[in-house]
Structures are given as C-alpha cells and as structure tokens.
Design a protein around this ligand. Structure first.
Ligand code: ADP
Ligand code: MG
Length: 203
C-alpha cells in the first residue's frame, strides 16, 4: 500500500473504533435529550464503512471520502446520518487528490457550510456544528497543534451543555434540553480526537 492508503486505512479504523468504544455513552447522551439511537446509528454506519475498507482505502482521497460519506448517508439514518454523510461527501468533492494543509482547511469549511445548508442550522443551536465550527475557526486562525485542536473540540462539547436546543429532536424538549451534552457534538469530538491521534503517530 502507498502512504496515502496506509493513512486512509488507519484513519477509518481509528474513527470506527472510537465510535464503537463510545457507542453506549453516545446512546446515553441521546437518551437524555433525544430518542437514544445516536450510538447505535453511528456504530452501524462506521462498521459498514470499515467492512468496505478494502474497497474504499485504495481510492484516492476524494473518492475515499465520498465513499465514506455515501456509506454514512445509507447506513447511519436519523438526523445525523445525512449530516455526517454530507460532511464527508463535501470533503471528498472539495479536496484535490494530493491535498495540502490549506486545501484541507478550506474543504473542512466547505463541508461545514454544506452541513449547515442541509440541517438549516447554525452555531449555538446545540448540535454537532457547535464542535465543528470552533475547530474549523481554530484551523483558519492557523492553529496546527493537534493536542490544542482536540482541546478546542472537547471544550466545545462541554459548552453545548447550557445551550437550549433549537434543532433536531432535542429541540422538542425546549428548556429541558438545557444541562445535557449534545450527542452529535460528542461524536464529532470523538472523531476529531481519533483523527488527531493517527496524525500524531504518522508525524
Ligand atoms: P435523530 O435525532 O434523528 O435520532 P441521531 O440521534 O443520530 O438522529 O443524531 C442526533 C444529533 O444530530 C444531535 O445530537 C445533533 O448534534 C444532530 N442534529 C440533529 N438535527 C440537526 C440539524 N438540523 N443540524 C445540525 N445537527 C443536527
Ligand atoms: Mg437520536
């Protein structure tokens, strides 16, 4: 395998593993303010992507990411499936085959804009965007330290607690959504931490 394929395989495995290991926690978070399916939804999606690893990993970055996105759209379900699916599909559309640092940051921003369009949502509504947006802002500001970026993501997860949900199922609870972490925010931070860990290991 070439270097790119080795990295793609490691990233897919690491993300799928962290989602698998935290599936119960994600489910518990979604039980508090949703319908309790977020852990199982995400686990099903990433298990399917991992099962298709031999097909996905040899593809160049754009096709690999589009393949992961399609799998998530088809397998995760719920609100989060199309949203995370859109994220990866757009990353795949926006990235050149041999992306550099600036391409990656620009593609992540484009992917978030696509998620916002799909979810008709913005920052501050207690969703996965409340992690994605602060992290891309840090990247755009030139932050390149992976540990600090993971810190931004984890801080952003905690910061979803006091927010009153105004998108997704949690919004049905109104004020009762206050005081709970958003499940999609937590799964986003888990994925970011897994990616950062792999990138640290190859650096
Ligand atoms: P469902 O809510 O359909 O059961 P999941 O439980 O898998 O789907 O995912 C819930 C997560 O999806 C929430 O925690 C939130 O982060 C995210 N989410 C839901 N609706 C939106 C939206 N309109 N925009 C952005 N994120 C959303
Ligand atoms: Mg749910």
């Amino acid at each position: 395998m070439d270097r790119g394929a080795t990295l793609r395989e490691a990233l897919l495995k690491a993300v799928a593993e962290t989602i698998d290991r935290h599936a119960e926690e994600l489910t518990a978070l979604d039980q508090a303010i949703g319908d309790g399916d977020h852990g199982i939804n995400m686990k099903r999606g990433f298990e399917a992507a991992l099962a298709d690893s031999a097909n996905l990993v040899p593809k160049p970055w754009p096709d690999f990411l589009k393949g992961v996105g399609m799998t998530l759209v088809m397998k995760v379900g719920g609100a989060s499936g199309p949203l995370f699916g859109t994220f990866f599909l757009t990353l795949g559309k926006e990235l050149p085959a041999e992306p550099g640092q600036a391409d990656i940051v620009r593609a992540i921003r484009a992917a978030i804009v696509a998620v916002q369009a799909r979810g008709k949502s913005e920052r501050g509504q207690k969703t996965l965007l409340d992690v994605m947006i602060p992290v891309v802002e840090a990247l755009e500001a030139g932050e390149a330290d992976l540990t600090r970026l993971v810190g931004v993501a984890n801080g952003a997860v905690d910061a979803t607690k006091p927010i009153r949900a105004i998108r997704g199922r949690a919004s049905f609870l109104g004020d009762r959504s206050i005081g709970h972490i958003d499940p999609g925010a937590r799964s986003s931070a888990l994925m970011i931490a897994a990616v950062a860990q792999v990138l640290k290991e190859v650096a």
